[in-house]
Design a protein around this ligand. Structure first.
Ligand SMILES: NC(=O)c1ccc[n+]([C@@H]2O[C@H](COP(=O)([O-])OP(=O)(O)OC[C@H]3O[C@@H](n4cnc5c(N)ncnc54)[C@H](O)[C@@H]3O)[C@@H](O)[C@H]2O)c1
Length: 253
């Protein structure tokens, strides 16, 4: 991929799943990667795998619900690598206490809505704000946010999660519209059903496959390839887009 070598990329949520796979793919393409996550052990494991494969990465503990820690994550990238060229926002609160309690409106807990928006949406906005001065100071850079098909499919449950992802789409369009002329590209990927470590057993693989128009269910690496492209110079003419990466589950124009 053109223009990823030596780029300095912050991954906001790279301990497991799509974030970890993307950190590894970016390093494979020659980028230097800061793996941030609330799960420090997981972030370290990702950074170690990258190091063992000959890449450059280090891990930082941070919390998308804590603005100071987001700024510190970006500052570490600048201190260690001398700057930052890109950001991949991918973390989300998918815990049983949050998304597991994201019931329909008659059953809703406002605290679940607050927590979901604080981590999934406000955290992404603060992370974008933290990298923007660095990108603008060097004439541009790229941001990719992680949305979800949940933003538009209209599920009977998970309204807070869906609303946070719809908000990420608006955030993405705002950043690209406001700073695109100054060289900043901001796009989002919207995964369909992607098999992480937690979904490898049981009925998930067959159910996820059924939801697609593909011959196999989605894997984190499928997102990693797209995000790497969007952060690369090959995607110089892609801005403000929300791309469905879902094996054809959603047919959007
Ligand atoms: N897997 C899917 O089917 C699917 C579908 C649509 C969207 N997504 C989105 O893709 C992204 C990655 O999901 P995944 O499937 O790889 O799950 P995952 O659980 O493997 O990854 C989520 C990561 O976010 C981190 N995280 C959680 N709370 C955090 C916080 N407060 N601060 C910092 N990091 C935090 C976790 O530790 C974890 O590393 C999420 O944004 C999710 O909403 C996933």
């Amino acid at each position: 991929m053109r223009g990823l070598r030596d780029k300095r990329i912050v991954i906001a949520g790279g301990a497991t799943g799509i974030g970890a796979a993307t950190a590894e793919r970016l390093a494979e393409e020659g980028a230097s990667v800061v793996v941030g996550d609330i799960n420090l052990a997981g972030a370290r494991a990702t950074a170690e795998r990258i190091g063992e494969a000959g890449g450059t990465a280090f891990a930082v503990e941070f919390d998308l619900a804590d603005g100071d820690s987001i700024r510190a994550l970006v500052d570490r990238a600048v201190t260690e690598f001398g700057g930052v060229d890109g950001l991949y926002n991918v973390g989300a609160d998918l815990s049983p206490g949050t998304i597991g309690r994201d019931f329909d409106l008659l059953e809703m807990d406002p605290e679940v809505w607050r927590r979901t928006h604080e981590v999934n949406l406000l955290g992404y906005a603060v992370a974008c704000r933290a990298v923007l001065p660095h990108l603008l100071g060097q004439g541009g850079g790229a941001i990719v946010n992680t949305s979800s098909a949940a933003a538009w499919i209209g599920e009977p449950e998970r309204p807070a999660y869906a609303a946070s992802k719809a908000g990420i789409n608006a955030l993405t369009r705002h950043v690209s519209s406001r700073w695109g002329k100054e060289g900043v590209r901001c796009n989002a990927v919207a995964p369909g059903l992607v098999l992480g470590d937690k979904q490898q057993d049981g009925q998930a693989p067959a159910a996820y496959l059924l939801a697609t128009r593909s011959h196999r269910p989605g894997e984190p690496a499928d997102l990693a390839g797209t995000v790497a492209f969007l952060l690369s110079d090959d995607a110089e003419w892609v801005n403000g887009q929300i791309w469905s990466i879902c094996g054809g589950m959603s047919l959007r124009e």
